[in-house]
Design a protein around this ligand. Structure first.
Ligand code: SF4
Length: 416
C-alpha cells in the first residue's frame, strides 16, 4: 500500500480562518485548471448553456474565463458561485476548493500554507486551521504531486534534507516571532538573514552544520544590526523596487480576447513598466480599485510604515506562515531554492512597504494604516507563486542584484 505522506497544518496557534463569503478570491484571480477540472466543467455543460467557452488558454495553460471587470465568469450578482449553486462545492475546480490554503510538499510532508489574499486570513477570523484537516485531505487526493516527498533545493543543485529545511524554517521563524523587537528591526534582521543565507557556501555546510549556521546567525541578531548600519538605497536599487512592486500588481485578464488585445496590451504594459522604472511624474495606475496618488513623489515622501500592534501582528503572521507553510520555495514557488526563496520574501516585504505607502497616498492619508497594509498584502499574495513572470530568470536576476551590496536591507529599511 502506498505510504501516506503527513499533512502538516500550520502550527501557528494565533492564526484562524473560515470563509466569510466576501468573494474577493473570485475577482482578479487567475484560476488555473487541471485536466480533471476541464472534464468536470465539460460534463456540467456550460458551453451549451452559456454559448461560449468557459476557459481561456494563456501561455500553454488553461484558466477559468473572466468577465470584463476581472470577476470570474461564474461569479453571480449575489456574490455566490454559479458552479457551487448548481452542482455543489465538490464540483468546483480544485484550486477554488483549496483556497486560501496551498499545498507545498517537502522532505517532511505536505505543508498547507495560507494565502493572505483572503480577507478572513488577514483579519484572523474563523475556526482553527486544524479544523480544516479533512477538507484538505480530500482536496490533496486530487493534487497527487502535492502528496509526494519532494525535497526543495537548499542552494544551487543541493537538495535539502528534512533536518536542513527544519533548521532554516525554525531559525527564521524564531526571529520573526521575537515580537518584543520592533517590526522594522525584525524585518531588517530578516533581510540580513536572507542575504547571509544566500552568501553561504552550502557545499561544505550540510546536515547539523546548517542548524549551527542558522542558530549562529539568528543569535547574533539584533545586536549584529547595530554594528551593520545600512545606507539609503541607491537609485538603481530604488528603481528595481518600483519595478518589482509593479510586477506584483499586474494581473492579466482572461476574458477570451487576449489574442486580439495581446500586442496593444503588451505595449501598454511595457510603457507602464518604463514609467515605474523612471519613477518620475504621474503614476500610470496601481492595482485595480485603488486611487492613484498624484505622482511618484507622493509615495516616496510618505513616512515609513509604522509598526503599530495591528500592522506588526498582520505582517508577522504573514511571514511566519509563508515560511512555515513552505510557500517561499520549492514546488509552491517556481521551484526556487530555499536561499532564493527567503530573499524573494524579503523583497516582497519591501514591496509591501512601497505598495502600502502608495495605497495610503492614493487615499490622501498622511500615514500608512492597517487598511493600506492589508490591501497591499492582498495584492502581493495574489501573485506570489502564481504569476508566471515572478518565477522567471529576469526576476531571479533582479534578486541577485538586490541581494548584493545590502540591497534588500536598504530597501526594507527605506519602506518600514
Ligand atoms: S477571499 Fe476568503 S473569505 Fe473571501 S470568499 Fe474567498 S475564501 Fe472566502
Amino acid at each position: 500500500m502506498a505510504k501516506r505522506i503527513p499533512l502538516e497544518i500550520l502550527d501557528l496557534k494565533d492564526q484562524r480562518y473560515s470563509c466569510h463569503g466576501c468573494g474577493d478570491c473570485c475577482r482578479d484571480f487567475s484560476v488555473q485548471l487541471r485536466d480533471e477540472d476541464l472534464d468536470r466543467l465539460a460534463k456540467q455543460g456550460w458551453e451549451e448553456k452559456l454559448g461560449q467557452s468557459v476557459t481561456v488558454e494563456f501561455r500553454g495553460r488553461r484558466y477559468l474565463r473572466q468577465q470584463a471587470d476581472g470577476a470570474c465568469l461564474f461569479l453571480q450578482e449575489d456574490g455566490l458561485c454559479r458552479i457551487h449553486g448548481e452542482f455543489g462545492f465538490q464540483e468546483k475546480p480544485v484550486a477554488c476548493r483549496l483556497f486560501p490554503f496551498n499545498l507545498a510538499p517537502d522532505g517532511n510532508g505536505t505543508h498547507a500554507g495560507l494565502n493572505f489574499a483572503c480577507q478572513s486570513v488577514r483579519a484572523n477570523r474563523g475556526a482553527s486551521l486544524e479544523s480544516h484537516r479533512d477538507d484538505l485531505r480530500r482536496a490533496i487526493r486530487e493534487v497527487p504531486e502535492s502528496n509526494a516527498i519532494s525535497p526543495p533545493r537548499l542552494a544551487g543543485d543541493l537538495r535539502a534534507d528534512g533536518q536542513e529545511v527544519e533548521a532554516v524554517v525554525s531559525g527564521f521563524d524564531r526571529w520573526l516571532g521575537t515580537t518584543e523587537v520592533p517590526l522594522s528591526i525584525r524585518l531588517d534582521g530578516f533581510a540580513w538573514l536572507s542575504q547571509s543565507l544566500g552568501a553561504a557556501s552550502f557545499a561544505e555546510v550540510r546536515g547539523s552544520r546548517v542548524t549551527e549556521l542558522v542558530d549562529l546567525l539568528v543569535s547574533a541578531l539584533p545586536d549584529e544590526l547595530l554594528h551593520l548600519p545600512v545606507d539609503s538605497p541607491g537609485r538603481g536599487q530604488r528603481r528595481q523596487l518600483r519595478q518589482a512592486a509593479f510586477a506584483r500588481i499586474e494581473d492579466p485578464r482572461f476574458t477570451g480576447d487576449e489574442k486580439k488585445a495581446s500586442l496593444s496590451a503588451r505595449l501598454d504594459q511595457w510603457s507602464r513598466s518604463r514609467r515605474f522604472a523612471r519613477g518620475r511624474g504621474v503614476i500610470p495606475g496601481l492595482a485595480r480599485g485603488w486611487a492613484v496618488p498624484g505622482d511618484f513623489r507622493d509615495v516616496e515622501s510618505m513616512p515609513s510604515v509604522p509598526g503599530t500592534p495591528e500592522i506588526s501582528d498582520l505582517v508577522t503572521r504573514w511571514l511566519r506562515s509563508t515560511i512555515r507553510g513552505g510557500r517561499a520555495w520549492g514546488t509552491a514557488y517556481y521551484g526556487w531554492t530555499i536561499a532564493e526563496g527567503v530573499q524573494g520574501l524579503a523583497l516582497n516585504a519591501a514591496c509591501l512597504g512601497w505598495l502600502a505607502r502608495a495605497h495610503a497616498a492614493g487615499k490622501g492619508h498622511e500615514v500608512v494604516t492597517i487598511e493600506s497594509v492589508g490591501e497591499a498584502l492582498g495584492r502581493i499574495d495574489r501573485s506570489s507563486g502564481r504569476a508566471v513572470w515572478l518565477g522567471t530568470a529576469a526576476e531571479r536576476l533582479r534578486l541577485r542584484y538586490l541581494a548584493a551590496d545590502d540591497g534588500l536591507r536598504r530597501l526594507v529599511r527605506s519602506t518600514w
